[in-house]
Design a protein around this ligand. Structure first.
Ligand code: SF4
Length: 62
């Protein structure tokens, strides 16, 4: 499982970074991105919570 953030949709609300800092951080343009290439199994529930929290649906599985 890999995650991508659509940079055009991200409004930098901070929800995903707050819910799951193990996976998301800010890039140089203050947009969220996933810094893990592969998501560990034990973080998946946490990830889905972050995905569902995104107000613009910017986070998707790749
Ligand atoms: S929750 Fe969505 S809009 Fe908010 S920072 Fe994360 S990707 Fe961007």
């Amino acid at each position: 499982m890999q995650l991508e953030v659509d940079q055009d949709l991200c409004i930098s609300c901070g929800s995903c970074v707050n819910i799951c800092p193990e996976v998301f951080d800010w890039d140089s343009e203050e947009k969220a991105y996933s810094f893990l290439d592969e998501i560990p199994e034990n973080l998946k529930d946490h990830i889905y919570e972050a995905i569902e929290s995104c107000p613009t649906g910017a986070i998707y599985e790749n």
